[in-house]
Write a protein that binds this ligand. Structure first.
Ligand code: R1P
Ligand code: URA
Length: 288
């Protein structure tokens, strides 16, 4: 057992954890995460009963029941810096005794499913399809501060794309992958997902500047390593997978493809497409 200081693990006066504003009893072991705080309601409206609603900053939480399955849905806001807070605090809620700030002897593993939006990098992955991420490749800075395994995938990306920095590669949960990717629906694609530290230049978008990385989209599109291509761009998956591996949680990231970066098409109804993914996940989640 390890004791943690009160500035390393900050609690609010009511005993809830600092940013999420939650206590251990407020969360289920099965958690859906979304980026957009407004999407929390889009998920929880399908619950048979909502027992708890809490919000602070971008972290909006609803916990309730779908049949007899207790589920929490929580928003992260955008980016892996938010995911870092979310995953550390969710883990502390189940694996640290908060009143004494000591780690528990028995480890609890959460099931965490991200339902987000994303842009596709391959013409073969069209708008209004879905990507289930096998790997997350982090172009953000989390890998400088948390232990990440040496990755041939990231090394190949650095060499082929001629980058002056090394990404980190982390993997999703095989258990959740098998559960949620079982029907071989032709609209579902297995993903090597690039997690970017921004929406514009880091995803190859050019507005009123010349980006530092030239032809980034083409380089993403053309990368290939042992038969794997890069499938899509978003802003959280690699962070989720890093903490899933580090802290021992089952984590899977699923994305509704709302933009095809190769054909320059954007979904005519991204909300409907994303809600359809939510419905499909909820149909299967009660099997957990
Ligand atoms: C950018 O528009 C946001 O959309 C994607 C990206 O990861 C980023 O958070 O996910 P969400 O729709 O879940 O927010
Ligand atoms: N989210 C992203 O991060 N990128 C896109 O292109 C679409 C959604």
């Amino acid at each position: 057992m390890k004791s943690i200081s009160e500035t390393d693990l900050i609690l609010n006066p009511d005993g809830s954890i600092y940013h999420l504003n939650l206590r251990p009893e407020d969360i289920a072991n099965t958690i859906i995460t979304v980026g957009d705080p407004n999407r929390v309601e889009v998920v929880s409206k399908y619950f048979d009963k909502v027992e708890k609603k809490v919000s602070k900053r971008e972290f909006v939480t609803h916990t309730g029941y779908l049949g007899s399955t207790r589920i929490t849905v929580i928003s992260s806001g955008i980016g892996t810096d938010n995911v870092e807070i979310l995953m550390n605090e969710l883990d502390a809620l189940v694996n640290v005794d908060l009143p004494t700030r000591t780690t528990k002897q028995e480890h609890t593993s959460l099931n965490i499913i991200r339902i987000g939006t994303s842009g596709s990098l391959q013409e073969s992955i069209p708008v209004d399809s879905y990507v289930v991420s096998k790997r997350g490749i982090g172009f953000d800075a989390l890998g400088h501060f948390y232990p990440t395994a040496k990755s041939a995938f990231s090394e190949a990306i650095q060499a082929q794309m001629n980058l002056d920095f090394l990404s980190y590669t982390s993997s999703g949960s095989q258990k959740l992958y098998d559960l949620l990717f079982d029907d071989k629906n032709t609209l579902y694609f297995e993903g090597n997902t690039v997690t970017c530290p921004g929406f514009y230049a880091p995803q190859g978008r050019v507005l009123r500047y010349n980006p530092k990385q030239e032809n980034l989209l083409q380089k993403f599109n053309q990368f290939s390593f042992q038969g794997n291509v890069l499938t899509n761009l978003e802003m959280e998956t690699a962070g989720y997978y890093l903490f899933g591996e580090l802290l021992g949680h089952e984590v899977l990231s699923m994305s509704a493809i709302v933009a095809s970066r190769m054909t320059h098409q954007f979904s005519k109804n991204p909300e409907k497409h994303t809600e359809s993914l939510i419905q499909q996940v909820l149909e299967k989640i009660t099997r957990l």
